[in-house]
Ligand binder design. Structure first.
Ligand code: ZN
Length: 282
């Protein structure tokens, strides 16, 4: 999956730093990021020195925000509305799945997660006062009422329902070219992850499950999630009762006839391959 990186650990300890001209600068505008696509489809992010930040105006906080370090490179987030740069263009982040540019894709998704959080919390949700950046940890603080706002990460589960050599695959409703997927959903307040697994499977396909086993997690910053993958066994009746508002179809597929291949990016695809190879946790 995307986070199986060959370029070393993400150094995400909080720090306040000033940018150097050769540090990477991530400029986000809505769902788009400033990026350069080379002829071989590989991706490149601009450096601080390359981006024209003359558009910086009327902003009463620092224009750059240090976000993390990867492979010895500092990454900064541009906090303004837009930056621009010759040879670079704004591209939709959701379409960035270049295997040969995993580092760039991962950086962009993670930066987007932080960018959305910063932009959504410029004012205190309790009293409406403009928030300030804390200097010791990644936190926004209300100077009036003391409200402390930490980055929001939404937990969600991905569930591989198995029945012997069969795996349940589904497709989401309302998408023209939906890919095969596993059952997935957000954790509700007050429930354990195991209860999320049971509830989501019951809601979406009407099946009871047992023997729930944790597999692996994946941060999915473009949606602000941390996904947690589980395998579980069918408990009893295998009759699927589809929630048609959520899913277009759900079907059992044999271990050796699975229609979805690993894309090297998503946890879902990896879990399907692991089942295909008979290596799922038992
Ligand atoms: Zn406040």
């Amino acid at each position: 999956m995307l986070q199986d990186l060959t370029f070393g650990r993400l150094e995400n300890e909080f720090a306040v730093k000033a940018p150097a001209s050769d540090d990477i600068l991530i400029c986000v505008r809505d769902n788009h990021v400033l990026i350069r696509r080379h002829e071989d489809d590989s991706l490149e992010l601009p450096t601080v020195g390359q981006v024209n930040t003359a558009l910086w105006e009327h902003w009463d906080e620092e224009p750059y925000r240090y976000i993390f370090k990867m492979q010895g490179k500092n990454y900064f987030l541009w906090m303004g509305e837009a930056g621009d740069c010759p040879d670079f263009a704004y591209e939709d982040m959701r379409s960035l799945r270049q295997m040969q540019s995993k580092e760039v894709c991962f950086a962009v998704m993670t930066a987007r997660h932080l960018s959305v959080w910063y932009r959504s919390n410029r004012f205190c949700g309790r009293c409406g006062t403009p928030t300030v950046h804390d200097h010791k940890e990644r936190m926004l603080l209300c100077p009036h009422c003391g409200n402390m706002i930490f980055p929001k990460i939404s937990p969600a589960v991905i569930v591989a329902v198995t029945d012997g050599d069969r795996l349940l695959l589904s497709k989401y409703a309302g998408r023209a070219y939906a890919r095969y997927a596993l059952i997935a959903g957000y954790t509700e307040i007050g429930e354990t992850l195991e209860q999320t697994v049971q509830r989501e499977v019951m809601e979406e396909v009407g099946l009871k499950v047992k023997n729930i086993r944790y597999y692996k997690s994946q941060p999915w910053g473009v949606d602000g999630n941390v996904l947690m993958g589980f395998y579980c066994d069918l408990d009893g009746d295998d009759t699927i009762r589809l929630d048609e508002t959520e899913l277009a179809l759900a079907q059992w597929h044999h271990r050796h006839a699975l229609p979805a291949k690993d894309d090297g990016i998503s946890l879902t695809r990896e879990m399907i391959r692991v089942f295909e190879e008979g290596r799922e946790p038992r």
